[in-house]
Design a binder for this molecule. Structure first.
Ligand code: SGN
Ligand code: CA
Length: 535
């Protein structure tokens, strides 16, 4: 983010700050109200902020995202953007209802969504917007408040996926090609065919880079000679933390499978002993490939897999090998997303739509790229609690600034509804981000965020927990069943300024007793105010 320390830019922020970009979005009374903006919400699935070059992380220097960075250059990069519940369907339910998980019912992947809760897209439609959603849906209800949809089934497939539309009457019609490209194709079609008399709101919800990280054919060799640096805490020993960090099952070394996750061919005997499920799943995926796609895969992975078979790495060497293959495949998937972002931006520019369109790039949550030794998400530790968020809105957001205020995915609905001058449903707990668009901190912006994760037991065995974060500290409370206990009750406190990797739990430290008290009070306030019914 060196660009942002540039003095000229700071000056620009200062001068534009309060006048042209009036906080809260009020335009001078004498002005003709501008046309209501179009909105494009691009959301990837499991895209870690570490893998977006606008965030400046070392990983992204080796695997840059030039097109997502275009949005950052013209917009605002939120460095403290978070989700409430770091899991796909819960996050999507927060986005569309504007409610916390316990309010909208979608606490876990399995279901629970309270269908009586309105989606904010319904209010957008009532306000005259033409609305569409393309790609991953992953909610246990039909789309609500959409003029158009083109959706993947469940998690969706990387190759030759099926999409359902209003016309297909509930059937998923298989298409030929790579999911990220097809999602891009359908997004452009939406823009071409939309009702041009109305402002539009489009959700482009990519499946990638979700597990099992299958890249497009043309990128199967990308980064093959790049070595990614292991995070310092890749071999975390989980000392001084509560049980869950130790007993999860999302370790690159122990839980990432050689066949399904890492594409070793099981014909050669790589069977992930005792895990036949992952072999079946991989074979199902291979069987979806056309002969040409399969040839491309065999040509790329065949020689690499043969080298691995000859070398037979073990122990730390095997863990490091897994990490490299994981990172390469994950980042290859992101390369295709970045291409599609570029294609969409080019189209908007060509059609003269850039000026009056809010463009958002985000993810349904963050992801571990080897931090603590992990992949996946779920925990309230930074890499998965945090989510990338970049917003461009020409004329309303100062280009190239960062925002360090605490924002959360419950803020999308109020933000978009305010921009559309539409009536929000009553009782939304989030806040419109518009007061932040001028840069700086509005006096009454929130000091704390609440987090709650509920899915235990479940994939990856992350125990239930809730917690609070302010700009510097985080308190996490683990509860419920765990591997070693019937009723876990354990706290962790972190000083993120001194310990951004969250390796030292400060709960017992006398010098942090006051901070702990304050964070516990903030947590109790949230639980009471929000009627939290389990913790
Ligand atoms: C699948 C994945 C898990 C992942 C969940 C939730 N396993 O079950 O690793 O945590 O989805 O992901 S897989 O072998 O089927 O890929 S989420 O993005 O939908 O929340
Ligand atoms: Ca996800």
């Amino acid at each position: 983010m060196t660009r942002l320390h540039n003095p000229t830019r700071r000056l620009l922020v200062k001068t534009l700050g309060v006048s042209a970009l009036a906080a809260g979005g009020a335009f001078a009374a004498s002005d003709v109200p501008p046309a209501r903006p179009n909105i494009i919400h691009i959301m990837a699935d499991d895209h870690a902020f570490q893998a977006i070059s606008a965030y400046g992380h070392p990983v992204s220097r080796l695997a840059p995202t030039p097109n997502i960075d275009r949005i950052a250059r013209e917009g605002m990069v939120f460095r403290r953007a978070f989700v409430e519940n770091s899991l796909c369907s819960p996050s999507r339910a927060c986005l569309f209802t504007g409610l916390y998980s316990h309010q909208n019912g979608q606490r876990t992947l399995a279901g629970g969504l309270d269908n009586t809760k309105p989606f904010f897209t319904e209010a957008l439609q009532r306000a005259g917007y033409y609305t569409g959603v393309i790609g991953k849906w992953h909610l246990p209800c039909e789309p609500k408040g959409f003029d158009y949809y083109c959706l993947l089934e469940g998690q969706g497939q990387y190759y030759n996926p099926g999409f359902k539309t209003k016309e297909s009457n509930g059937a998923f019609v298989q298409e030929n090609g790579y999911v990220t490209t097809l999602t891009g194709d359908h997004s452009i079609e939406f823009l071409k065919n939309r009702d041009k008399t109305r402002p539009f709101c489009l959700f482009v919800h990519h499946k990638a880079p979700h597990r099992n990280w299958m890249p497009k054919e043309k990128y199967l060799d990308l980064y093959e000679n790049v070595e990614f640096l292991l995070p310092d805490n890749f071999f975390d020993d989980y000392k001084n933390r509560c049980e869950p960090a130790r007993t999860q099952k999302m370790s690159v070394a122990a839980d990432m499978t050689l066949v399904q996750d890492l594409k070793m061919d099981n014909e050669k005997g790589f069977s992930d002993a005792g895990n036949n499920g992952n072999i079946k799943a991989w074979n199902r995926q291979l069987s979806r490939l056309t002969p040409a796609q399969r040839t491309a895969w065999l040509e790329a992975y065949g020689p690499r897999n043969a080298r691995f078979a000859a070398e037979k790495p073990e122990g730390r060497k095997l863990a490091e090998w897994k990490y490299q293959r994981y990172m390469r495949d994950y980042l290859r998937c992101i390369k295709s997303i970045d291409d599609q972002v570029g294609r969409l931006l080019d189209y908007l520019e060509k059609e003269g739509l850039r000026e009056n369109t809010i463009i958002v790039y985000t993810s349904d949550q963050g992801f571990y790229l080897g931090e603590h030794g992990w992949f996946d998400k779920r925990f309230m530790y930074e890499e998965s609690f945090r989510t990338p968020l970049i917003i461009a809105w020409p004329g309303r957001i100062v280009p190239g600034v960062v925002c360090d205020e605490l924002v959360q995915n419950i803020d999308f609905a109020p933000t978009y509804l305010e921009a559309a001058r539409a009536e929000p449903p009553a009782g939304l707990p989030g806040r419109s981000l518009s007061p932040l668009f001028a840069g700086g901190k509005p006096v009454d912006w929130r000091e704390y965020l609440y987090y709650h994760y509920y899915e235990y037991p479940g994939a990856h065995y992350v125990c239930k927990h809730d917690g609070v974060r302010d700009k510097r500290y985080k308190y996490i409370h683990f509860y419920g069943k765990s591997r070693d206990s019937e009723n876990l009750n354990c706290g962790e406190l972190y000083d993120l300024e001194k310990d951004p990797a969250e390796m030292t739990n400060l709960t017992g430290r006398p010098e942090y007793a006051e901070v702990r008290k304050r964070m516990l009070r903030a947590l109790a306030d949230f639980r009471e105010k929000l009627n939290i019914d389990e913790y």
